[in-house]
Design a protein around this ligand. Structure first.
Ligand code: URA
Length: 233
């Protein structure tokens, strides 16, 4: 990218003003004052304006993925297992916001917007997270109430949650649970605490975002209204 465009895309000033800055000797490349206004910035160049390093702003992108089981919620895996970013068809590098277990499916946000990610991950944030669960055995109403009121998941008592028992057969129960916090493996630990280990787990909602009809392994861009919502909440 030509240097004046690079400076403009970093949000410093217009291209024309950037040319003036170069003429005034205010721009350095790798420590040396730039004399050539036609210079093309190379990978690895350190560009400074008035002594401060600048980098061009990247276009912010926001995806909602229906994570399949068997994917690590990461951008890379030491063991070479598939990672969720493999499923995002964009040349822009994104990273997952929060975490779903290797075998958990469902709604995961991926973005390159670090500010939004930090905000959403902050413990004070308390976004509702809704999960569809298939748990071992028959979960009774009394056990569902215990899940709602809070259970000890090993040194931590969960805060109030909402649980709806949907149906069961002889071996397992389908339920929906909404939690407002996000401890590691929280839903699995909660159901285990009441004697019904989770067999299958899928996140179906995050705040007012829902997985809808998005197939597993597919992702879609968030709409501008959805992005605004996440920034506002
Ligand atoms: N709770 C869990 O136990 N696992 C997840 O992946 C998400 C929430």
């Amino acid at each position: 990218m030509r240097i004046n465009q690079y400076i403009a895309s970093a949000g410093i000033t217009s291209r024309r003003k950037a040319d003036e800055m170069i003429e005034e000797g205010r721009v350095r490349i790798n420590g040396a004052v730039l004399l050539n206004p036609g210079y093309h910035v190379q990978d690895g160049d350190v560009v400074e304006v008035d002594g401060a390093r600048i980098q061009p702003e990247q276009k912010k992108v926001y995806y909602l993925l229906n994570k399949p089981a068997g994917y690590v919620t990461s951008t890379a895996d030491k063991e070479g297992r598939p990672v969720v970013t493999d499923l995002v068809p964009d040349s822009v590098r994104v990273f997952p916001v929060g975490r779903l277990d290797y075998n958990t499916t469902g709604l995961l946000i991926l973005t390159n917007d670090g500010d939004l990610s930090n905000k959403l991950m902050h413990p004070s944030h308390g976004f509702d997270k809704k999960y569809l669960v298939r748990a071992n055995g028959i979960v009774t109403l009394a056990e569902a109430k215990r899940l709602e009121e809070g259970v000890d998941i090993g040194g931590f008592v969960t805060s109030p949650a909402e649980v709806h028992l949907i149906k069961h057969d002889r071996n397992s129960t389908i339920a929906e649970i909404t939690i407002h916090e996000g401890k590691n493996r929280q839903v699995r630990r909660m159901f285990k605490a009441v004697g019904h280990p989770v067999l299958e787990l899928s996140r179906i909602g995050l705040g007012n975002l829902t997985i809808g009809k998005l197939a597993q392994g597919q992702c879609r861009k968030l709409s501008p209204a959805e992005v605004e919502y996440l920034k506002r909440v």
